[in-house]
Write a protein that binds this ligand. Structure first.
Ligand code: ATP
Length: 376
């Protein structure tokens, strides 16, 4: 069942379609991250769900209830914003307790809820402190705790950890993870940070130009982007693309290596049409010595990444692409030297094929005995 549903939702600012005819259901009890580049409409969509912004057209439903005309306070939802909203001059515990006082709860239940969120968010040591004395990260934890303790069915988070320091960011991320594991609220979480989305989301709704272009579990979204945009936006760096032109041999010389030519299965509709091959940088194989199916390349630059992997910038002769970025394991990267020749392999089972418009083309089963042609 879906807890939040938006139907034909449109929001225009002058000629700009900030939310462009979105129909979408947010599943009950799950965390859905709205992810996308700056200006793609994430916040506007969330503000419409919250009732802070009226849609130009379309509707919002919570369960079966149409809430489009209701103001925020009548929607009975929780909200956490970029900047923590807390009551200064009173303690952390009081901050969390206050909204519960207007609810019909027994003293024992109220205490149980407050203790639970204090524990969940690791606020034990600061429970008795005035929030004015706390740093921004801890204040944000208080804001989250207050919303969670009310136990609304739906909580909306708008980039809640963007403005906190690195340590609090990590703590908040961990707390969110624990929170979502233990509670069953429906959460919509807006972020432009893919790592945050990958860590927290049950599913990611990827947005671009006012539309949700794909919604999937994080792994599926990363491994099977529906279009080039998803391939490019996700990953650090994003997918590497090799363009081909109609009628030409595969633009990528690398794709003509036997290893690559063997298994690529293009759909029946594709022959002759230009396609784009995409591969994640960490799926590109790089070796110091020649091997069957590998093509020679020059290692232009090498840099170490967080986690110890190496990012390699490669020039492959015959390739139009300015440079190809590959990511390799520490031990492999350490053995390679910038300026020297290396050998590159692009495993076909790791390649995603896109059409000229950027949409993914799914492979079709190869006809037995027929060698599929990587050259189009
Ligand atoms: P960011 O990550 O930068 O917050 P976003 O994906 O949340 O971006 P929105 O804030 O929803 O994007 O904005 C979507 C588009 O609508 C942007 O082009 C923005 O400039 C525009 N926009 C948002 N609010 C208004 C407004 N009140 N008046 C005019 N334009 C607006």
């Amino acid at each position: 069942m879906s807890d939040i549903r938006v139907e034909r939702l449109l929001k225009t600012f002058g000629s700009l379609r900030a939310v462009d005819d979105i129909t979408f259901a947010f599943p009950e009890g799950q965390v859905t991250c709205l992810l996308g580049p700056s200006g793609c409409g994430k916040t506007t969509l969330m503000r419409i769900i919250a009732g802070l912004e009226a849609p130009t057209a379309g509707d919002v439903y919570f369960g079966d209830r149409r809430v489009t005309p209701l103001p925020p306070r009548k929607r009975e939802i929780g909200m956490v914003f970029q900047y923590p909203v807390v009551y200064k001059g009173i303690s952390v515990r009081r901050n969390i307790e206050l909204p519960l006082q207007s609810m019909k709860l027994s003293n024992a239940e109220r205490k149980r809820r407050v203790d639970e969120v204090i524990d969940l968010l690791g606020l034990g040591l600061s429970a008795g402190l005035d929030v004015s004395r706390l740093d921004n990260g801890t204040r944000q934890k208080v804001a989250v705790a207050r919303e969670v303790a009310r136990q609304p069915r739906i909580i909306l988070f708008d980039e809640p950890i963007t403005n906190v320091d690195a340590t609090s960011k990590l703590q908040l991320k961990r707390a969110f993870k624990e929170l979502t594991r233990r509670l069953s609220q429906t959460i919509v979480y807006v972020t432009h940070d893919q790592t945050e989305a990958m860590t927290l989301a049950d599913q990611i709704a990827l947005m671009r130009d006012g539309k949700i272009v794909q919604c999937d579990e994080p792994r599926a979204l990363y491994d099977h982007p529906a279009d080039r945009f998803g391939g490019w936006f996700l990953g650090n760096p994003g997918m590497v693309f090799f363009e081909t032109t109609a009628g030409a041999r595969a633009g990528a010389a690398a794709l003509e290596s036997p290893a690559l030519a063997g298994a690529l299965r293009l759909p029946a509709t594709a022959p002759g049409a230009p396609v784009v091959y995409g591969i994640r940088p960490e799926k590109i194989e790089v070796r110091a010595t020649a091997a069957p199916g590998f093509v020679p390349a020059k290692l232009d630059r090498k840099s170490i990444q967080i986690g110890g992997q190496y990012l390699l910038q490669l020039a492959i002769p015959g390739l139009d692409a300015a440079s190809v970025k590959a990511k390799v394991a520490p031990e492999r990267g350490a053995a390679l030297r910038a300026g020297e020749q290396v050998w590159v392999g692009l495993p076909l089972d790791r390649i995603t094929v896109f059409d000229a418009d950027g949409g993914r083309i799914d492979a079709i089963p190869a006809v037995t005995g027929q060698t599929a042609d990587a050259r189009v």
